[in-house]
Write a protein that binds this ligand. Sequence first.
Ligand code: FAD
Ligand code: SF4
Length: 327
Amino acid sequence: MLRLHPYIYHRPADLDAALELLDRHAGDVLPIAGGTDLVPNMKHKLFTPGHLVALSRLDELKGIEVVDQRLRVGAAESLHAISGHPAILEHVPALATACSEVSSPQLRRMGTIGGNICLDTRCTYYNQTLFWRKALGYCLKKDGEICHVVPGGTRCVAAHSADTPPVLMSLDASVEIAGTAGVRTLPVSNLFTSDGIWNRRMESNEVLVAVHIPLPEPGLRMSFQKLRPRASIDFPLLNLAVAARMDDEGLVTELRMAMSALGSYPRRVGKVEEAAVGNPLTPSVIDAVAEQAFRQCHPLENIIVDTDWRRAMVPVLVRRALKEIAA
Ligand SMILES: Cc1cc2nc3c(=O)[nH]c(=O)nc-3n(C[C@H](O)[C@H](O)[C@H](O)COP(=O)(O)OP(=O)(O)OC[C@H]3O[C@@H](n4cnc5c(N)ncnc54)[C@H](O)[C@@H]3O)c2cc1C
Ligand code: SF4
């Protein structure tokens, strides 16, 4: 049986109290939302904080509403609540799809969008028990000095494995982050770094309060696609979000594409606009965009599924997304 280490569980009633606790125990504390990722990771001894600060009672992190031409989604809203919310379904259906394809119904009811955005990176050699990792001599991300994915490598390249960030990037969303020094806002496209050990520009004593998504203008169509071994439970082997603006004649005027599960951070797929803008989404234009995405995407061996096959699936996902948008 995998046991949890001893820790103190705090349940503050408001954001100020949570931030004060996170500041007081800095270095030995983590916030916990649904716990669907953090608790298994603690059982694997990947994190052993002496204190957990629960975010579930914080009203500041709740609510899904349209304010000033933006959708504000509280970080503690569950993936289940977001996937079925009328405002999300009306304005940003791709986000509803991404939330509805995370793990399983039980985990989506507990798991939150804040926890999804702050999800720890994953790797075949890291998401294992202490016994397993010790037998292999550990690795750079936790307790060791080598990388098993990139032999001789000096940087961790564990996979960013969350489903909502690519959608949020394709929709130009931003996140509101609170710390004892105040509140700041960061575009989701600037939130992540290539450091697989801690891949977000947030301190461990900061709290993600909400996500802000500009209301899409008329003509913006979107799609979310996910590759996984089974149609439930599994983390993404690849995921893709596309947002395309079309004019009245069906010509593409803007194309934004973001992908993840390739490396340590979700990334915008560049140069795809050149193949699409000014054109209708005909099969040949779709093929040209898919080929451009294929050239840019190189999955790593951080996920235990054949990398050539995962790469070959990049244009397949792009075609599926663009056909959905064209339809
Ligand atoms: C079997 C299984 C399958 C899964 N499949 C998928 C999948 O397909 N796709 C996917 O994206 N995820 C998947 N997950 C991961 C997880 O369930 C979801 O990502 C979920 O949204 C995490 O949210 P949470 O509230 O449970 O996060 P928690 O576990 O509570 O926290 C995760 C991390 O985020 C931090 N954190 C949480 N909220 C905040 C906040 N507001 N501010 C700052 N830091 C915060 C925590 O400190 C922790 O480090 C899976 C998990 C399991 C166990
Ligand atoms: S990419 Fe390398 S360092 Fe990072 S978790 Fe995997 S094996 Fe460890």
